[in-house]
Design a protein around this ligand. Structure first.
Ligand SMILES: [Zn+2]
Length: 224
């Protein structure tokens, strides 16, 4: 069986997390969010985790080389021998090149970079509609999952608020940072023929079917 080595990219609010969960179920692949595996390496006290700990504790960015090492520790485990889903890395072309080299040294390569994209207005509509209850953090959405009474939590009667992170101005800023950082990376994968785009503004089931069909085609091509 051919490997399914996948990178997941996309702006906040485009449904990347939902699709990641489904891909994990579909293909039985391990999901590596880089923040999580870095924290796990530190908690487990692996050699690289020990190296990363003081850097993370100081609030500094972990150097690319070290981050690649932490990722490769995971890729080298039996659970990732048939593939993986990597989320949150690379963020720059330099990191993408370093990741490619590290995979190459292991005789492996990336199957595809999956980009789940959505226009800014859709992302803003989705994220800015979120309301959180002040008492227990229950989550609602003014359009997709409204409470029975506007502004009041169904479960505990407490007040619903919009977090600062979900305010349109904050979302716009996050999106523009995301675009600025990620556009060159998207182009880079596109030039290598590795990029696969999906329309995250479509319903999740539809996006999911589209991704499955794309991966099935890639698997067939790999066997030819
Ligand atoms: Zn509540």
């Amino acid at each position: 069986m051919s490997e399914l080595n996948l990178i997941l990219m996309g702006p906040p609010g485009a449904g990347k997390g939902t699709q990641a969960e489904r891909l994990v179920d579909d293909f039985d692949l391990p999901y590596y969010a880089t923040g999580d595996i870095l924290r796990a390496a530190i908690a487990e006290g692996t050699e690289l985790g020990k190296e990363a700990q003081p850097i993370v504790e100081a609030g500094d960015l972990v150097p690319d080389e070290l981050m690649i090492g932490v990722i490769m520790e995971r890729f080298d485990t039996p659970e990732a021998e048939d593939g993986f889903i990597l989320d949150g890395f690379p963020r720059t072309v330099g990191q993408a090149e370093a990741l490619d080299e590290a995979l190459d040294r292991r005789g492996r390569s990336l199957t595809a970079a999956l980009l789940i994209d959505a226009p800014a207005e859709e992302v803003i509509r989705r994220l800015s509609g979120r309301r959180i209850c002040v008492k227990n953090g229950h989550v609602y959405h003014v359009e997709n999952d409204p409470p029975k009474t506007e502004g009041v939590c169904d479960q505990d009667g407490s007040r619903l608020i919009q977090r600062d992170d979900d305010k349109p101005e904050t979302i716009k800023r996050r999106l523009s940072v995301y675009r600025e950082q990620t556009e060159p990376l998207i182009d880079w994968y596109d030039q290598r023929g590795a990029l696969r785009r999906f329309d995250g503004s479509r319903p999740p089931d539809e996006v999911h079917s589209h991704i499955r069909a794309t991966l099935a085609t890639l698997a067939l091509e790999a066997e030819l």
